[in-house]
Design a binder for this molecule. Structure first.
Ligand code: HEM
Ligand code: HEM
Length: 197
């Protein structure tokens, strides 16, 4: 495993973090909007297949991110953080990764236990490799639903935690996950020294 830079994430980790965060937000809203499209209409089939297709691509990006993370240790947490906060931070990051994996996986599994399967971007039909099994479909669909809610909850807590670090602890935690050039520009404008954080 590569040694971390003293106080920031690698550029690849930063790009993947923000790209996936944006895509997940869009995919989440897209998922909620599916509820408004009447069942059994061709329109619904078209949008559900778009959701499935973009979800699969996001899932692949998430696997890439996790692989990168397993090969590159994150920078150590600030020394000022008490042990309980370190535990909570590690645990909540693990829950975020878990939700990020379970969401596309449960959607993919549900689709393969339904006769509809997946029509990739409404162009290429990927026939289901599983039987049309209502009970399994419902199980994975419920898992999808719960993972989506859990992700929203933990992203909310994640943002609150970063807010606390920035506004109360004032340890500049956000800049560890922000492109170095942008941080330098902000520091230059604020008349602060140009170190990493
Ligand atoms: C990658 C991240 C994904 C996110 C954040 C996401 C999010 C959501 C959300 C919020 C909903 C609406 C809530 C619900 O009814 O459960 C939903 C519905 C759905 N998702 Fe996803 N999804 C993702 C990936 C996928 C994938 C990869 C597939 C399938 C290959 C998929 C298939 C579905 C289906 C079929 C529904 C409609 C369920 C229904 O109305 O019965 N999703 N998704
Ligand atoms: C879908 C949305 C998001 C997801 C799934 C997500 C997920 C994660 C995960 C899993 C980590 C841990 C990285 C690691 O050590 O491996 C992380 C770190 C981080 N995230 Fe997010 N994040 C999201 C949105 C945001 C937003 C909106 C902010 C801004 C407030 C943010 C700020 C940060 C920061 C500053 C870190 C680094 C924390 C540290 O230095 O230990 N994230 N994020």
């Amino acid at each position: 495993m590569h040694k971390p830079e003293r106080d920031r994430y690698t550029s690849t980790a930063i790009v993947l973090h923000w790209l996936i965060a944006l895509l997940l937000l869009g995919q989440f809203v897209f998922g909620l909007m599916l509820d408004d499209i009447p069942r059994g209409t061709p329109e619904r089939g078209m949008y559900v297949n778009l959701h499935k297709s973009s979800g699969i691509l996001i899932g692949l990006l998430i696997v890439l991110r996790l692989a990168w993370r397993l090969m590159h240790a994150p920078p150590p947490l600030p020394d000022s953080m008490p042990p309980w906060q370190r535990h909570v931070a590690r645990l909540s990051h693990a829950v975020l990764y878990l939700c990020m994996l379970i969401l596309p996986l449960s959607g993919y599994l549900a689709s393969n236990f339904s006769k509809h399967g997946i029509k990739f971007f409404n162009l290429v039909r990927l026939p289901p490799w599983g039987p049309d099994d209502r009970a399994l479909y419902v199980l994975f669909n419920q898992t999808h639903h719960i993972a989506a809610l859990l992700l929203a909850l933990f992203v909310g807590l994640h943002v609150l935690a970063v807010g606390k670090h920035m506004l109360i602890d004032r340890d500049g935690l956000l800049w560890r996950m922000w492109p170095r050039r942008a941080v330098r520009r902000i520091r230059r404008h604020a008349g602060l020294p140009l170190e990493n954080r």
